[in-house]
Design a protein around this ligand. Structure first.
Ligand SMILES: Nc1ncnc2c1ncn2[C@@H]1O[C@H](COP(=O)(O)OP(=O)(O)O)[C@@H](O)[C@H]1O
Ligand SMILES: [Mg+2]
Length: 383
């Protein structure tokens, strides 16, 4: 780690292993004058308000939340070099007993589970060290041990770690706080996250600060990026900033990956907090716009599909199947049969109708039962 680059650090440098220094961030919040970014702050707040408003009137929000969360899992894992596609993930989810095609798919699947479980857990416990460790455990469950750095999932690290391409700490880009200081930092962060008055900071700035702080503490040997990004929708949810978990930012971080990590480093080195907050708020604005656009496109498609079925005088069952298709994107005849409580033939007939209307397409895979994809929906979610 280049100690000379820490010209005006947002924390202090302390001694660590191999004669190196490590960075310990100051507790939040930093003392900032936010007036230069008032406009951006109010634009981001307004967009978030728009998304909140749309979310409130969605007849079935789950229908959007489900695919949005899968996209988020894919994008967030992508940042770490773990790749799977939406169809692959959906296929794996429809047959969880099968071994996944790749470990990556399992890892992305774990991400969606961690996100969902996290949101449910908020009913019982606050965002805390305990919850954060649980998220990590869900994220790295059932993976080969090299994927979690041969470390027990759900436990904070016991050693100095570092960020950089080399395996040699003297060539690292950044050294997070050494043990046990990282635990002290996490305790202070836990207190901050749960402050009653959010320290008089607007919610989005509050979340931006927390994300930087968590990544800088880097409490786990691996999985810090993903756990830190899962915390963003969790805080939005627990602080009731959004009623529905509709805002996901990982695609933005992935699209601006270098800036994302460089700006965080520059906060540590030179206290460039405003750059980070600006970058984060732009991300909120951009991600809200994207989600709003997606919601409109999905709803238009849904209306178009309903109209098709109405003109064809189809049964009410077909409309129910369409809703299911929107939620799942990939379906099978046995699943439709279960949903509609009909015979296999009736279910197959309904699926055939949807294929005829161009709503479903049969998958080319040789898997049994046969899978049908809603291709236009996949297009909307960018798969
Ligand atoms: N200089 C830095 N300062 C703080 N955080 C950083 C820095 N560089 C990268 N990061 C964060 O660390 C993450 C990678 O850490 P890692 O533990 O490997 O997470 P994961 O396994 O989820 O990739 C990045 O996604 C980013 O969020
Ligand atoms: Mg990693």
């Amino acid at each position: 780690m280049d100690v000379d680059a820490f010209k005006a650090p947002a924390g202090k440098l302390v001694d660590t292993i191999a004669g190196q220094k490590a960075f310990v961030p100051d507790p939040l919040p930093p003392d900032l004058d936010l007036s230069p970014i008032q406009q951006l702050l109010s634009d981001a707040d307004q967009k978030l308000g728009e998304l909140r408003g749309i979310g409130r009137y969605l007849p079935n929000p789950y229908l959007l939340i489900r695919p949005l969360q899968r996209k988020e899992a894919i994008a967030s894992s992508n940042i770490e070099g773990t790749y799977t596609s939406l169809p692959e993930l959906l296929l794996f989810e429809s047959s969880p007993k099968d071994e996944p095609a790749t470990t990556d798919t399992r890892e992305v699947f774990n991400y969606t589970r961690a996100l969902q479980i996290g949101i449910t857990r908020l009913e019982d416990i606050p965002i805390s060290n305990r919850l954060i460790r649980e998220l990590h455990q869900d994220l790295l469950a059932k993976l080969p041990s090299h994927r979690s750095g041969h470390h027990v999932p759900g436990e904070y690290r016991r050693e100095q770690n570092f960020i950089g391409r080399s395996k040699d700490i003297s060539k690292s880009r950044f050294n997070p706080p050494p043990p046990p200081l990282h635990l002290e930092c996490m305790n202070a962060l836990e207190l901050f996250i749960n402050k009653d008055d959010m320290a008089n900071i607007t919610p989005l700035v509050f979340i931006a600060m927390i994300h930087y702080q968590f990544e800088t503490i880097h409490p786990f040997p691996d999985g810090n990026g993903r756990v830190g990004r899962i915390l963003i929708p969790l805080i939005l949810h627990s602080r009731k900033i959004l009623d529905q978990p509709l805002l996901y930012m990982s695609q933005y971080f992935e699209d601006n990956r270098d800036e994302y990590v460089d700006i965080m480093l520059s906060v540590s080195q030179q206290s460039f907090w405003m750059n980070w907050i600006r970058f984060f708020l732009k991300g909120v604005l951009h991600s809200c716009e994207k989600t709003i656009e997606t919601i409109h496109r999905v709803r238009e498609l849904q209306d178009a599909y309903y109209r098709k079925c109405h003109t064809a005088r189809s049964s009410a069952l077909l409309l129910k199947i369409i809703d299911h298709v929107f939620e799942r994107i990939v379906v099978t005849v046995p699943r439709i049969r279960e949903l509609t409580q009909t015979s296999y033939t009736a279910a197959q007939n309904n699926v055939n109708k949807l294929v005829e209307y161009g709503i479903l397409s049969e998958s080319t895979s040789s898997r049994r039962p046969k899978y049908y994809f809603a291709t236009e929906l996949l297009d909307i979610f960018g798969a």
